[in-house]
Write a protein that binds this ligand. Structure first.
Ligand SMILES: [Zn+2]
Length: 264
C-alpha cells in the first residue's frame, strides 16, 4: 500500500503530496501529511549577484539538503547551498519532521514556518514531512520510502545529509537511510550539526562560504524558537565554526564535510 501519492505533475512548479491518513505505528496517529509545500521561496530573488565561489559546486545541477529537523540543513550546509545556487544549481531543503511536539513553549507550526522563512532566504525549495521528532529510529522504513520518493522526483546529483556518527538518534537514522537510498552515483556529503556532542566530526572536504556566510546567518536568524532555547544556537557559534573550517582550508569562512561517496 503506498504511503503517499504524487499529485501534481511538474515538481518545478508544484511538488506536494496528498494527505494520506496512514497512521504511524505507536505514534498516536500522526501521519505523513501534507508533504512538501512546493513553495518557491519569495526570497530567492534576493540572491542574484555574481557568485564569487561555488565554481566547483557548479558542476552539480540539482542539489538536495536533507535534515531530520527544521534548521539542520541551514546549520550543516546553508552556506554551500547558497554558493551552489549562485553557481546555477537548483537547491532543495528537506525537513523530515515539523517538530510540532518539541516543547510546549513552541506553538504548532512555528518551526515549519521558520524553516520556510530560512529556505526562502537561501533560495531553496522547502519540503517538510511529519516524521515524529525524536522517534526516527522507530520509523526507518517510512523514512526510506520518503527518501526514495524524493530521489525519484528530484533526481539530485549531490546530496548533503547528517553525519553517520551524529549522536542524535534522528540525525543518525536519517544519515543511514540516505546512504542506503541514494545509490545512483549521487555525490554524498555528510555535514556537521553544531550542537552538544558534535566534536568528533572531522571534515575531509571544504566549501568556501566567505561570500555566503552572511546569507546563512540571516537564514539561521529566522529560527527564533531555537535562538531563545539552545545554548549552541547563536551567531557567534556558527561564525566561529565557519572561521575554524576556513582556517583549516585556507579561506576566511568555510563549511566542512565528510565524503561518503564521490565519483571522479
Ligand atoms: Zn536536528
Amino acid at each position: 500500500m503506498p504511503i503517499y501519492r504524487l499529485l501534481a505533475g511538474g515538481y518545478e512548479e508544484c511538488f506536494s503530496w496528498e494527505k494520506t491518513f496512514v497512521f504511524w505505528p505507536g505514534c498516536h496517529g500522526v501521519g505523513i501529511s501534507g508533504g512538501s509545500s512546493g513553495r518557491t521561496p519569495v526570497g530567492s530573488a534576493l540572491i542574484d549577484e555574481e557568485a564569487s565561489n561555488g565554481h566547483r559546486l557548479a558542476q552539480y545541477h540539482n542539489i538536495l539538503g536533507i535534515g531530520a529537523h527544521p534548521d539542520d540543513v541551514e546549520i550543516g550546509c546553508g552556506g554551500s547551498l547558497v554558493a551552489a545556487k549562485r553557481g546555477g544549481a537548483s537547491i532543495h531543503a528537506v525537513s523530515l519532521s515539523r517538530c510540532d511536539e518539541e516543547m510546549p513553549a513552541i506553538r504548532k507550526g512555528q518551526r515549519e514556518e521558520e524553516f520556510f522563512a530560512a529556505s526562502a532566504i537561501i533560495g531553496a525549495k522547502a519540503h517538510t514531512f511529519d516524521v515524529p521528532d525524536r522517534e526516527f529510529p522507530e520509523h526507518r522504513r517510512e523514512i526510506m520510502l520518503l527518501l526514495e520518493n524524493l530521489q525519484e522526483q528530484l533526481r539530485p546529483d549531490l546530496v548533503f545529509f547528517p553525519s553517520l556518527d551524529d549522536p542524535h538518534q534522528d540525525h543518525d537514522t536519517v544519515a543511514h537511510a540516505v546512504v542506503r537510498t541514494f545509490r545512483r552515483k549521487e555525490t554524498l556529503l555528510q555535514y556537521e550539526i553544531l550542537r552538544h556532542g558534535s566534536h568528533s566530526f572531522t571534515p575531509t572536504l571544504f566549501v568556501d562560504i566567505t561570500a555566503t556566510l552572511d546569507t546563512k546567518l540571516r537564514a539561521l536568524g529566522e529560527y527564533k524558537s531555537q535562538l531563545e532555547s539552545r545554548a549552541y544556537f547563536d551567531e557567534d557559534s556558527f561564525r566561529s565554526l565557519a572561521r575554524t573550517r576556513g582556517a583549516q582550508s585556507g579561506c576566511e569562512y568555510a563549511e566542512g564535510f565528510m565524503v561518503q561517496m564521490l565519483y571522479l
